[in-house]
Ligand binder design. Structure first.
Ligand code: HEC
Length: 134
C-alpha cells in the first residue's frame, strides 16, 4: 500500500511540471527577443522608428522584439545575408506567405510608401546591429 502522503507529493510534483513543460519552447523559438536595446538614435533613425511603430510594430513588436502576431527581426533568420534589404520592400507590398514561423501569413501593409520603408529598414538594421545580429 503506497502511503497517501507519497501519492500527494507525486501529484503535486506533476502539477508543477505541467506549466514548466508548457514553457518548454524558448523565447527565440517562439519568435520573441526579450528586452531588445534601442540603437543610438539619430534624427534619421527617429523617423524610421516612428514609421516602424506606425506600420510594423503591431506584429513585429516594440524595437523589433516580436509579438504573438509576428516574429522578432533580432534573429539570424533576418540577418542581412539571409533576408536582404529587398525583402523589406517586397514584404509590405505583396505580403508574406508563412514559411519560417507558425504565426500565419503577413498581409500586405496598406498605406506605407517606399521612402517610409527605406527609413524602417535603416531602423531595423540599426536595431539588429545594436542587439548583436551582425
Ligand atoms: C499583421 C502582422 C504583420 C505586420 C503589420 C507586419 N508584418 Fe512582417 N511579417 C509578419 C509575419 C507573421 C511574418 C513571418 C512569416 C513567416 O515567415 O512565417 C512576417 C515576415 C516579415 C518579413 C520576412 C519576409 C520573408 O521574406 O521571409 C519581413 C521583411 C517583414 N515581415 C517586414 C515587415 C515590415 C517592414 C512591416 C511594416 C511595414 C511588417 N512586416 C508588418 C507579420 C506582420
Amino acid at each position: 500500500m503506497i502511503p497517501t502522503s507519497k501519492i500527494v507529493s507525486v501529484l503535486a510534483m506533476s502539477l508543477l511540471l505541467v506549466p514548466l513543460l508548457a514553457l518548454g519552447l524558448s523565447a527565440a523559438q517562439r519568435g520573441i527577443y526579450e528586452n531588445p536595446v534601442e540603437p543610438k538614435m539619430t534624427p534619421a533613425l527617429n523617423v524610421g522608428k516612428m514609421n516602424y511603430e506606425a506600420y510594423c510594430a503591431s506584429c513585429h513588436g516594440k524595437t523589433g522584439g516580436g509579438t504573438d502576431k509576428g516574429p522578432t527581426f533580432i534573429s539570424r533568420i533576418y540577418h542581412p545575408g539571409h533576408h536582404g534589404d529587398g525583402a523589406f520592400f517586397i514584404a509590405p507590398k505583396r505580403g508574406v506567405r508563412a514559411h519560417h514561423w507558425p504565426f500565419g501569413d503577413m498581409p500586405p501593409v496598406e498605406g506605407v510608401n517606399e521612402t517610409q520603408i527605406q527609413s524602417i529598414l535603416e531602423y531595423v538594421r540599426a536595431v539588429q546591429q545594436a542587439n548583436g545580429v551582425f
